[in-house]
Design a protein around this ligand. Structure first.
Ligand code: BMA
Length: 817
């Protein structure tokens, strides 16, 4: 089918210059100025060493981008729109000397009708990017919204007045990189007669027998006339609906599907997608088409008062779903260099460890369409914040209408994605205003306090819900995350919770067992990234905890000392920095393991756990489970067990042990729990078996035993348990339980043997090993499992992808002995 429409990308032949200089250079589009300068070697790699400091001058300058282009086959009978998918941020755009756009929001798309200004040859497109620091300087004398911007690392905290990714201004896991540029694609759209501007599908009703669907199609036209609108199923080629359209807005088309296949999060079913296309026709000419993938599913957010407080959980297709996942931050400080392959890899890594939800956190960006498409396909749900985080925002008329346009556009762009489960107004703004003491710390007058909170309500309690009511009424909205603050234990009975007692509150890991909220949308603990990652950003002499580079790459005020103290509490003294880095990862793993186990063990009370944070935007220590270069930390490997559908949690008390089996499966099972006690040398002390009736989707099955009796005369420091859940021949779940922290275990120096066969490495040991880590100094190898607790006398298979044959003599390993 030929469409009377053409997209003409404008990505080649751009030049850029610093305003005030005569030098101009070639530029990459899409791109940002830091990447262009780095490419030209005008600045060093900002991620290396302390180079971040060397590139700060860029934010104070204005930058000009220019393009000269021809459009030889231009047809004056057609329409031409210039479309910027994203301009970062303050951009004055002119075409052939005439000003055509003044952009002020990185999150918006801009469309300009340029038909009357274009020429066949020698078109000149010019974009002046103005420094947000200069543009917003005058705002600093108004009410002190900026004072609350604690993560903004600048002297003048203009981030709150700038609709630009908040983390660009600095965050507690990332550098300050206030860049500018044409950060998303730019193209000319040539069209005639009509083009589709919107295609939205609603589920009027959904059951296993029948789905009743309604589409709303809007279009632009050059002159009013009759068009035919059609909806086609791209998989079956079947025409689903057709109607004549006489008006351009919200044309309704209806159709029904019998025995529909539902979309499920991947752990509960298959994420089935229908591929539908909206088309606009003039007689037998197809003018425009817009394909979407659509998943049939219902999603409900259940917030009900109950005996203890207020619930917060999701039902998908009528089933209560426990959410397991992490918070996602933008995967680069300099966004345009990310590729589709990077997105694929990160999402595959999330799915590989059984995550069913990712929270796109409010200090970053609304992601690319591709990101959400992949989540639709993989069956990963998205919690989508709007881009506001950890500070107060003004709501004067021009700023509020800018925000409204941003929300309208992004919701319209994203609303057909089945993966998006919820919209959330902001990250931690409400909780901060009411608990972080800004009013006193910054001496905010009563009048300003009223104004600032009034503005908060205008944005998050009025403007956003009003827009959602109009353009996406079926999806849940929550005004902020968290809704409850971690200060008091009773608050853990209500709604969403960010528990930062561990880390910011300096509490021990064991507090994760006590502080379990109804939906844990944040909590976390830092570790250092992979040793290879450290080598990539720190010169050899800086590879120490206290070096200037290591300190600069640590952005949390609480610093590397917090990692060190917890690492010391859990492991023996590190032999060197590399050993420390490795042990920091094992420590993080123990912490988050404690948290996730506690959250899942209290399923029902708690219905979601999203740790902080999945990924990084530059190389450095952080709360992430995957580092900037995509290398998995110890935690990420462990998530495979922690987020599996069935999880065994051993809750140890003085003498008793409650072993709980948590299942997210939607079926009941009869299984046997097998508990075996071993000495560290592998000798079995005792074993017991228990019959269990597992009730679908619950954490109700458990057994209690006296662990001291079970290990008989053996010392708790010298023994451990292996616990398995078995149905017939199949091991449904298994775990190891140690009675004391690794530091206190009577670990012996292991004799480890490695043997390889093709891409597989076979590992054996003569005594228990906590956190065996296999790697190669020379090659980047990813193994199917790593940081494994090895039992004596067993054989472990670590398989690598990518390498056909592994030579064990080229492998190294670390153990925590
Ligand atoms: C959370 C996040 C971020 C921050 C993290 C770690 O609350 O929302 O603001 O990076 O804490 O401090």
């Amino acid at each position: 089918m030929l469409v009377a429409q053409r997209q003409i990308p404008l990505h080649d032949n751009w030049t850029f210059s610093q305003v005030g200089s005569d030098q101009s250079y070639s530029a990459s589009v899409p791109g940002v100025v830091h990447l262009d300068l780095q490419m030209l070697k005008q600045i060093p790699d900002p991620f290396y060493g302390n180079n971040e400091k060397e590139v700060q001058w860029i934010e104070n300058e204005n930058w000009q981008y220019q393009l000269q282009f021809d459009l030889e086959d231009m047809d004056t009978g057609k329409n031409y729109e210039l479309i910027f998918e994203g301009l970062d941020t303050y951009a004055e755009v002119s075409l052939n000397g005439q000003s055509i756009l003044s952009a002020d929001n990185m999150f918006r798309q801009w469309r300009i009708d340029v038909g009357s200004k274009l020429k066949k040859t020698n078109n000149r497109l010019r974009i002046l990017f103005k420094s947000p620091l200069k543009v917003n300087q005058h705002k600093l004398s108004g009410p002190p919204y900026h004072k609350t911007a604690g993560n903004d690392a600048g002297k003048d905290k203009v981030s709150v007045y700038t609709r630009k990714a908040p983390y660009h201004f600095g965050w507690d896991w990332g550098p300050r990189m206030v860049s500018c540029g044409i950060w998303r694609p730019v193209y000319l759209l040539e069209w005639e007669k009509a083009k589709i501007t919107d295609f939205q599908v609603y589920q009027k009703s959904l059951s296993t027998e029948k789905a009743e669907l309604e589409a709303l199609i809007s279009y632009d036209q050059d002159e009013p006339q009759d068009f035919t609108l059609k909806i086609r199923d791209l998989d079956t080629e079947q025409l689903l609906a057709e109607s004549t359209a006489k008006r351009s807005d919200n044309n309704k088309l209806n159709w029904t599907i019998t025995n529909p296949e539902l979309w499920w999060p991947h752990n509960l079913g298959s994420p089935h997608l229908y591929n539908w296309q909206a088309e606009i026709w003039k007689e037998d000419q197809l003018l425009d088409k817009k394909p979407i993938s659509f998943g049939l599913r219902t999603i409900e957010l259940i917030q009900e008062d109950d005996q203890i407080g207020k619930s917060f959980f999701f039902k998908v297709n009528g089933q209560a779903v426990f959410m397991k996942g992490a918070n996602y931050i933008p995967s680069d400080a300099l966004l345009p260099r990310r590729t589709k392959a990077d997105i694929d890899r990160l999402l595959a890594d999330a799915k590989a460890v059984n995550m069913n939800m990712i929270r796109i956190w409010g200090g970053g960006i609304y992601e690319e369409d591709y990101f959400y498409q992949q989540c639709d396909e993989l069956g990963i749900l998205i919690w989508q914040d709007f881009m506001f985080a950890c500070s107060m925002y003004p709501a004067d008329e021009p700023f509020l209408s800018n925000i409204k346009a941003e929300i309208q556009q992004n919701v319209r762009r994203l609303r057909n994605h089945p993966s998006i489960a919820i919209w959330c107004g902001n990250n931690e703004v409400d909780v901060a205003w009411h608990n972080w003491g800004w009013q006193i710390q910054y001496l905010i007058s009563k009048k300003n306090q009223e104004k600032m909170w009034g503005d908060y309500q205008k944005i998050f309690h009025q403007a956003i819900p009003d827009i959602l009511e109009q353009v996406d009424p079926d999806r849940p909205y929550t005004s902020t995350s968290p809704l409850s603050n971690w200060g008091k234990l009773k608050n853990f009975n209500n709604s969403t919770m960010h528990f930062w007692g561990v880390w910011h509150g300096r509490q021990p890991f064991s507090d994760y067992k006590i502080y379990v909220g109804r939906f844990m949308s944040e909590y976390g603990f830092q570790s250092f990234p992979d040793w290879k990652t450290i080598q990539a950003f720190a010169p050899a002499e800086e590879q120490r905890l206290q070096s200037a580079v290591m300190k600069n790459h640590q952005k949390s005020y609480i610093g590397n000392g917090m990692i060190a103290s917890h690492t010391r509490a859990h492991f023996r003294k590190p032999k060197n920095f590399q050993d420390f880095v490795y042990k920091s990862q094992l420590t993080q793993q123990i912490g988050i393991r404690t948290a996730i186990q506690s959250h899942r063990a209290r399923k029902g009370h708690c219905m979601g756990t999203l740790f902080w944070q999945l990924n990084d935007c530059w190389p450095g220590p952080s709360w992430s489970s995957i580092d900037y270069y995509g290398r998995w930390k110890a935690l990420h490997y462990d998530l495979k067990e922690l987020y599996a559908d069935i999880l065994i949690v051993a809750e140890q008390d003085h003498e008793s042990l409650r072993i709980r089996v948590v299942t997210d499966e939607l079926v009941d099972r009869k299984a046997v729990l097998q508990v075996d006690a071993f000495r560290l040398n592998g000798k079995k002390i005792a074993g017991r078996e228990f019959k269990l009736d597992l009730q679908a989707n619950s954490a109700s099955s458990f057994i209690d035993l006296n662990w001291k009796k079970l290990i008989k005369g053996s010392h708790r420091k010298a023994s451990y348990l292996e616990i398995k859940l078995i149905e017939g021949e199949q091991v449904l779940a298994q775990t190891l339980h140690q009675f004391v922290v690794p530091r206190s275990m009577r670990l012996k120096k292991p004799k480890i043997t490695l043997r390889s066969e093709g891409s597989k490495v076979f590992v054996e040991t003569n005594t228990f090993v906590k956190g065996f880590y296999l790697f190669s100094e020379k090659q980047d190898l990813h193994f199917s499992q790593n940081y494994v607790d090895l039992q004596a006398g067993r054989t472990y298979v670590l398989e690598t992808q990518g390498a056909e044959k592994i030579d064990v003599s080229a492998l190294n390993y670390l153990t925590s002995y």
